[in-house]
Design a protein around this ligand. Structure first.
Ligand code: NAG
Ligand code: NAG
Ligand code: NAG
Ligand code: NAG
Ligand code: NAG
Ligand code: NAG
Ligand code: NAG
Length: 422
């Protein structure tokens, strides 16, 4: 039964057109296992209590059978929860980028776990772009973009020809490609795995609420927001990460632009949340040390509220006062869709998932920390490439722009220390 389903999924995955010519990463078969520790096949990454608790007391498995204290976790969520057999675990990061990065770093470095073959699924709620999806929808990202990693002016302090107050580092125009990268701006995850997770989740019957139906109907009068006005579904589209809980049409459109530009035209911004790039960075660094397999990451976000209002509702009303009705269905759908992904991967463990899903796209960050050739970013961002410091030296700018140059020099030194051509 299952293998029939699986072969159709694989056939479907094989026919997906390659969107990039990037070199795929080699699958990680050779990673060393650590003995005498919990080696989960699946790790659910929740960010705060409602996202975590929806997985507790369910029929399929009991995550509260083992609570494992891990130094470095959030004081609010100090334990990793696991099933009795250790096959499924849950880590709760706490909200925003700092909590996500710190928690996931502590988890992946903990000697209590062997995560070399673990699938990680970020499973949280998010704001949603009504051009692409609606409240209650379940989205699976290929790209995660840290959109607020830019200069920011209050819009009112800028000349009239600026469309937003956000300007990429080392540029003077919001539409420019960033001149400098810190490394966490863009992450790309395994698209073949993303598509398999998408198909598993598509078998779920999604939850919805009457309040959500009433609010989303308001988007129907603008053709641009057709997706926002329709019922919840499973959607493949990308996630923005920002500590700032931004809201409103102009900022949302600005970050839509950022996502498109920074992913070199491939990324489609549909959800906004506060953690994903941070979690991804920690998992990626651990992969570099052979402690995790970054090609086993899934980013699932369910939509709880719209990032911009429907026609006839003010910007501030949409965020602060309107009853959008999306929160409860979004929380419910984390479990309803997510459990299909957990079960699909565990059921197919021996036949497919233990060995891993070979990516057919570039998988990694903007530095190419794990090797391969990104289909986004600039050549001189790569950790392996000589950086054009002379040109940067010439650049006009103030203290912080010069600080960015220092960061470029540090990166060059790191490449040199790794014995790479510089
Ligand atoms: C694990 O923690 C949860 C609450 O965080 C609790 O309900 C559960 O009983 C604990 N499990 C064990 C085995 O102590
Ligand atoms: C975060 O990671 C995603 C990939 O999952 C990437 O597309 C995105 O550009 C990254 N940056 C930010 C700002 O979130
Ligand atoms: C705004 O106009 C000034 C003056 O023409 C020009 O130098 C600058 O590049 C423009 N900026 C943007 C973001 O269009
Ligand atoms: C959604 O979940 C709520 C709470 O469990 C339930 O009352 C409601 O009937 C569900 N609605 C749908 C459409 O599934
Ligand atoms: C987004 O980019 C388009 C051009 O592609 C531009 O017309 C629009 O003003 C930008 N939006 C914002 C808010 O910057
Ligand atoms: C990770 O594994 C690869 C391939 O097995 C090996 O070449 C590399 O030295 C390992 N790196 C670390 C930090 O152990
Ligand atoms: C992405 O776009 C920038 C700006 O146009 C360009 O410099 C860079 O080479 C592009 N990267 C890839 C991988 O095509």
């Amino acid at each position: 039964m299952w293998s029939l389903k699986l072969s159709s999924l694989l056939a479907a995955a094989a026919t997906i057109p390659l969107l990039s010519t990037a070199t795929p990463l080699a699958p990680k078969h050779a990673v060393a296992r650590r003995d005498g520790v919990i080696a989960p096949k699946f790790v659910i990454v929740s960010m705060f209590a409602p996202e975590a608790e929806v997985w507790w007391g369910i029929d399929e498995f009991d995550l509260l059978a083992q609570n494992i204290t891990v130094p470095g976790l959030s004081p609010l969520f100090p334990e990793v929860h696991c099933t009795a057999d250790g096959e499924i675990c849950q880590v709760i990061t706490g909200e925003s980028e700092i909590n996500a990065a710190s928690t996931i770093s502590a988890f992946v470095l903990s000697p209590k776990f062997d995560l070399t073959k673990s699938y990680f699924m970020v499973a949280g709620i998010a704001g949603v772009n009504p051009e692409v999806a609606t409240t209650g929808s379940v989205t699976f990202a290929r790209y995660a973009v840290q959109v607020a990693l830019q200069y920011e002016f209050d819009y009112r302090d800028l000349p009239d020809n600026f469309t937003t107050g956000y300007i990429p580092f080392n540029t003077d125009n919001p539409a420019d490609y960033p001149g400098e990268a810190y490394g966490t701006e863009v992450f790309e995850v395994n698209q073949a795995l993303r598509d398999i997770a998408f198909d598993f989740a598509s078998t779920a019957v999604l939850n919805d609420s009457e309040t959500a139906q009433i609010y989303r109907a308001k988007y129907a009068s603008d053709a641009l927001y057709t997706a926002g006005s329709q019922g919840p579904s499973v959607v493949a589209c990308d996630v923005a990460t920002s500590d700032v809980y931004y809201s409103g049409t102009l900022l949302s459109e600005a970050f839509e632009n950022t996502t498109r530009i920074w992913t070199n035209g491939t990324g489609v911004y549909c959800t906004t949340a506060q953690e994903d790039n941070a979690s991804l960075e920690a998992i990626l660094r651990a992969d570099k040390a052979n402690l995790t397999d970054y090609s086993r990451v899934i980013v699932m976000r369910t939509a709880s509220d719209f990032d911009r209002p429907p026609p006839g509702v003010s910007q501030i009303q949409n965020l602060l006062y309107a009853h959008q009705g999306g929160f409860s269905p979004a929380i419910a759908n984390i479990y309803l869709a997510g459990v299909k992904v957990v079960q699909g991967i565990l059921d197919g463990w021996d036949t497919l998932f233990e060995q891993g899903i070979t990516p057919n796209n570039y998988v990694g960050d903007i530095f190419a920390t794990l090797g391969g050739t990104p289909d986004f970013g600039k050549e001189d961002f790569l950790i392996t490439k000589k950086r054009d410091l002379a040109a940067a030296e010439e650049q006009q700018g103030n203290l912080r722009m010069r600080r960015a140059l220092q960061s470029a020099k540090r990166q060059a030194a790191a490449a040199e220390a790794l014995g790479l051509e510089y």
